[in-house]
Design a protein around this ligand. Sequence first.
Ligand code: ARG
Length: 568
Amino acid sequence: METFQAILAKKLSDALAQARLPIAGELTPATDPRFGDYQTNAALVLGKQRDEKPRVLAEQIVALFNAGDVCEPPVVAGAGFINFALCPGAVAEKTMEVLRDERLGVAETKSARHIVIDFGSPNVAKPMHVGHVRSTVLGDALARIAEFLGHEVIRDNHIGDWGTQFGMVIYGWKNLLDRQALQRNPLAEIVRIYKETNERATSDPQVREACRQELVRLQAGDKESIDIWNECVAFSMQDFEHVYKLLDIHYDIQCGESFYHDRLPAVVERLLKSGIAETSEGAIVVFFRDNPELADKPLIIRKRDGGFNYATTDLATVDYRVNDLKADVIWYVVGAPQTLHFKQIFEIARREGYTADLRHIVFGSILGEDRKLMKTRSGENIPLRDLLEEACKRARKIVDEKNPHLSDYEKIDIAQTIGIGAVKYADLSQYRMTDYIFSWEKMLSLHGNTAPYLQNAYVRIRSIFRKAGESSPKVEKLILGDSAEINLAKRLCQFAEIVPQVLNDFRPNILANYLFELANSFHTFYEACPVLKSDEPTRSSRLSLCDLTGRVLQRGLELLGIKVPERM
Ligand code: ARG
């Protein structure tokens, strides 16, 4: 199925060819619906390029534009914009196509890629905190959308399960561990001993030295150290798994940092051999002398004491993903503080001749109501698990109020769908670079751009069908009379245009905002156009619009990793 945007763009390029003009500018949805459904700035761009009057060029293009029965003859506006208004008949036909299509009109990409997505990636012996929410939720949504568009996706959890913190964890385990506390809440106890050791090591050089020795023992493969390490990893993974289950997130592989441990010496060897790295004051270092941005930011890949760094692991990771996993694209969904790190890694990969497309997908922070980084009252990071459980608890109140007669079992399930959906949607509906304020009230509101609002729109549609006692009728043709009907149908046709756009700049918020507008269009339609009470064939036509709206809402939310309840 071709989208209206694609059809009009094709017609525009035909008109430009006839006018002996090159393709220029963009054809986009209209910014103001009063002027039509789509617009192009082609004449403006060409005017500038050729130093000609845009309006004159626009008139020329319009005269050669073959609208067929897709749209009204286009209209020139303002400084030289061209506006297109779709014909209701074409909208009705296209909507029928979408209605019949399993994929709701969304085409599979013609250039499928092997994409490894590195997202979430929490650290062992540290609880996952709200800062990991964004990476996890954003990475998952991008994975879902990429898969739906036909890309081959590998979801990889690059867990921080190796590194200097383990010297401290093992020291703490040997000297500070409270076995009973470990039984009660393993991760909390591991975090406690790690923190306490960290504090001691800061003030006491002897503890610091002892931790260093623990690390050396671990890295040398000492049995006792490895056993402790294994136990810590297992306990942490349990906590992560619990969160992933709540969030409905899965990984295809979880190659943590330890997975690459054996490969690090070879990475350093290789970089030395190719001359990309050199020895400097006993360490092995990569300099970026000819890169103005990185010229004063050398990267140590092997320390003087022989230890490797986070960066060394990431270099081994690029190699594994490209050569073993056959990735041609790697997305790193990691917070902005690691921008420099990835610039360095990508630059080294480029010098080594890797051609894969490496992207650091950055995002802003989640703030508390005080506009500072979200923390508990005592200044700690809020454990993600607690936050998600609280979301479900708060959502339960909504269910209790709206639908007190449901069984307890159903209520728990619905509350989870709403609570988790609300947290995810609050994140995904924001442009990823914006810092946003975490507000329970706002995200759980049944009004406004929230998950519960969209879920409620879906539930309303389901209840129409329950009332009608039938599933979606078979129709051959849609009847679009009322302007609210036409607007809703146009929106439904846009789904196919919106979904691929998300990946252009990794912006699930485009999809979120589309769904919000769709739900609004549906409410306007539902208020203006009786469905069950109208006569045939209008009744069936309108029921079909309801059905399709429900399907698009469901699929759209699913692409964001959000479920819909049948009732709430
Ligand atoms: N574990 C890291 C952290 O929490 C994130 C890892 C990101 N991925 C990577 N390949 N470096 O900061």
